[in-house]
Design a protein around this ligand. Structure first.
Ligand code: PEP
Length: 247
């Protein structure tokens, strides 16, 4: 085991320079548990600004990147550009990218492969909708989404898998620790069988969906939950308590 706890923040399309200054002030004040990897997903236009301000114990991630290094893709940014400004991380396949911008499993997998090949680390997001959960499709959906990525990559060292049930994102409805643990454990079984026992043991699988300072400790106690991806609460000083949930 020995998987280092990982807490990502996802600012989504929120904030401005003044707001980022405020977030960075509480990140600097911390204190941040040194046993946790902390990465915050920032809107593309502010990536370099956030990188310059963030303390050394907080990495900045892009929230999206395209599947090629450059070219006629108006409005997109590439992993090469993210690396060029000195960043190491990108969030890919967030449910908002999948649902609102129509990103398919295949495209998310292609983006993941390209970002890894370009030297970035990837927070790859998966998760079922409420209708899929109610239809008993949760496992089938998260296995299908993970399989698309597994078909394209062999080295999972620089991947963090974020299980984010869509019905829990931004809704205030958190998966119970048992519900989240159950899916994480199933994913680990799937990885053991379909990828390798080593990847199953070492891959960090984090949970996202209405994580707050109030529920993080309990969620973090589950054996297969290796951290969180946090949306709304990552904009507030409470984020520090979530980062330190294992203390
Ligand atoms: C997210 O955006 O990935 C997320 C989990 O959002 P929230 O924490 O607001 O539910």
């Amino acid at each position: 085991m020995g998987r280092k706890f990982f807490v990502g923040g996802n600012w989504k399309m929120n904030g401005n320079k003044a707001g980022i200054d405020g977030i960075i002030a509480f990140l600097k004040a911390g204190p941040i548990d040194p046993n946790v990897d902390v990465v915050v997903g920032c809107p593309a236009i502010y990536l370099d600004y956030a990188r310059q301000q963030c303390p050394d114990n907080v990495q900045v991630a892009a929230q999206n990147a395209y599947k090629v290094p450059s070219g006629a893709f108006t409005g997109e940014i590439s992993p090469a550009m993210i690396a060029d400004i000195g960043l190491q991380w990108v969030i890919l396949g967030h449910s908002e990218r999948r649902a609102i911008f129509g990103e398919s499993d295949e495209l998310v997998a292609e983006k993941t492969k390209h970002a890894l090949d370009a030297g970035l680390k990837v927070i790859a997001c998966i998760g079922e909708t409420l209708a899929e959960r109610e239809a008993g499709q949760t496992e089938a959906v998260v296995f299908r989404q993970t399989a698309a990525i597994a078909a394209k990559i062999t080295d999972w060292t620089n991947v963090v898998l974020a299980y984010e049930p869509v019905w829990a994102i931004g809704t205030g409805k958190t998966a119970s620790p048992q519900q989240a643990q159950e899916v994480h454990a199933k994913l680990r079984e799937w990885l053991k069988e379909k990828v390798s026992p080593e990847v199953s043991d070492s891959l960090r699988i984090i949970y996202g969906g209405s994580v707050t300072a109030g529920n993080a400790k309990e969620l973090g106690q589950e054996g297969d939950i290796d951290g969180f991806l946090v949306g709304g609460a990552s904009l507030k000083p409470d984020f520090i308590q979530i980062i330190n949930a294992k203390q």
